[in-house]
Design a protein around this ligand. Structure first.
Ligand code: ATP
Ligand code: MG
Length: 366
């Protein structure tokens, strides 16, 4: 029998703002979890990139960093961008979008999982655990319009258009990904249901997307499949979010609903994410660089810790290595125990615990 891979190369981007404050704690936590399992080695190579790097060097993502990301087993990114530093055309510096494009990361995975001991915005969600996953298509949809945007006509007849692109290939790989995630989850005791979120009653491109969803669903008879219009989804995510298992949707809808999901978890600092392709994946918390709290020690590292756990789980699945998956589970368990103790509450949730206190509590729970 082949020995499973034991050495993993990880590209690391601390990025900007609070990213630089939370990354060292995250790498140390991964190392501790790996040591606890034993027999594994992760080589971390960190690169500077992002808004501050752009300001100093005139490029946001150095070529050798992109090359390293292409050749490594996974990429861990904290957050990039600063509202005050922009490209000459006014766009924000967001090299994470370049990574997404170059590495063809089509599935944005946003788990919405609540922890015990955290005050939640939904009163009636307290005492229940929210535990579903939103998958956002990340390469096409309305945001693909960056190439097809145009301004036409003139004077009082002038108008702008954006074009939504939904492709068969894009849908098929996205929905296959969603059903395979639902299958994994079913094995862990979840419902095993994929819900397609669209607006098929108004736009033809969404009707097309829904038909492809039904085709893919037919290949997975052991899993449940359902549809919901995006407006109804917004309502249900606030009224009864615990009804969902795996939700899958178009790029812009996913962008909007995943912030709603982060809100359901209690805050940006609690929301992890992964951008996954056929071969590559980038793991990063949902939050940005949070310039308002830089240097105050208030940054919540939990979302990045959870993203790291997702990375270890993904590496384990990619390389059939249950040991590295175990390391991911250790991190998830430590986070859960840390919060369940009732001894820590992040600043953003009204408490007085920042990077150091949260990190220490998670470490001592590992
Ligand atoms: P982006 O432009 O990527 O959305 P942003 O700088 O607007 O980035 P967000 O992630 O949207 O930042 O976060 C909004 C606010 O939430 C921040 O300004 C900060 O106050 C708070 N916040 C975000 N992440 C964290 C965190 N990890 N810990 C504590 N507070 C956070
Ligand atoms: Mg923001």
């Amino acid at each position: 029998q082949l020995m499973s891979k034991q050495i993993f190369e990880i590209t690391v981007f601390p990025g900007d703002g609070i990213g630089i404050e939370i990354t060292p704690a995250c790498l140390a936590l991964i190392q501790a979890a790996i040591d606890k399992v034993g027999g594994l080695k992760l080589n971390f190579t960190s690169f500077e990139a992002g808004a501050n790097y752009y300001q100093q060097h005139g490029v946001a993502l150095p070529e050798q960093a992109m090359e390293h990301a292409k050749n490594s087993d996974a990429t861990l990114l904290a957050c990039m961008g600063m509202p005050s530093i922009r490209y000459p055309d006014g766009r924000e510096i967001a090299p994470q979008l370049e990574l997404r494009e170059t590495l063809d990361l089509f599935a944005g995975v946003r788990p919405v999982k609540t922890l015990p001991g955290i005050p939640l915005p939904l009163e009636d969600a307290r005492g229940k655990q929210l535990d579903f996953v939103l998958i956002r298509e990340s390469t096409e949809g309305l945001f693909a319009s960056r190439e097809s945007f145009s301004i036409n006509g003139s004077g009082s007849e002038e108008f702008a258009t954006d074009t939504q692109k939904i492709s068969r290939k894009g849908c098929e790989r996205l929905f296959e990904f969603a059903f395979s995630l639902a299958k994994q989850r079913k094995g862990l005791g979840y419902k095993g249901e994929v819900t397609c979120v669209d607006k098929a009653n108004v736009l033809g491109s969404f009707y097309y997307m829904r038909q492809i969803f039904d085709e893919v669903a037919a290949n997975h008879p052991s899993l449940a499949a359902s549809h919901i219009y995006v407006d109804a989804a917004a309502l249900q995510l606030v009224r009864q979010p615990w009804q969902f298992d795996v939700m899958v949707t178009e790029n812009m809808f996913g962008d909007i609903l995943s912030d709603l999901g982060a809100g359901l978890m209690g805050g940006m600092g609690m929301a992890p994410s992964a951008d996954i392709g056929e071969r590559h994946a980038v793991f990063q918390p949902c939050h940005g660089s949070a310039p308002d709290i830089i240097g105050q020690g208030k940054a919540n590292p939990t979302a990045m810790f959870m993203s790291a756990a997702m990375m270890l789980n993904w590496l384990g699945l990619q390389h059939q290595n249950s040991a590295i998956q175990q390391a991911g589970r250790f991190i998830d368990k430590a986070i859960e125990l840390a919060y369940a103790s009732g001894e820590i509450l992040p600043y953003e949730l009204g408490g007085s615990d920042g990077t150091e206190a949260i990190t220490n509590k998670v470490f001592s729970s590992l």
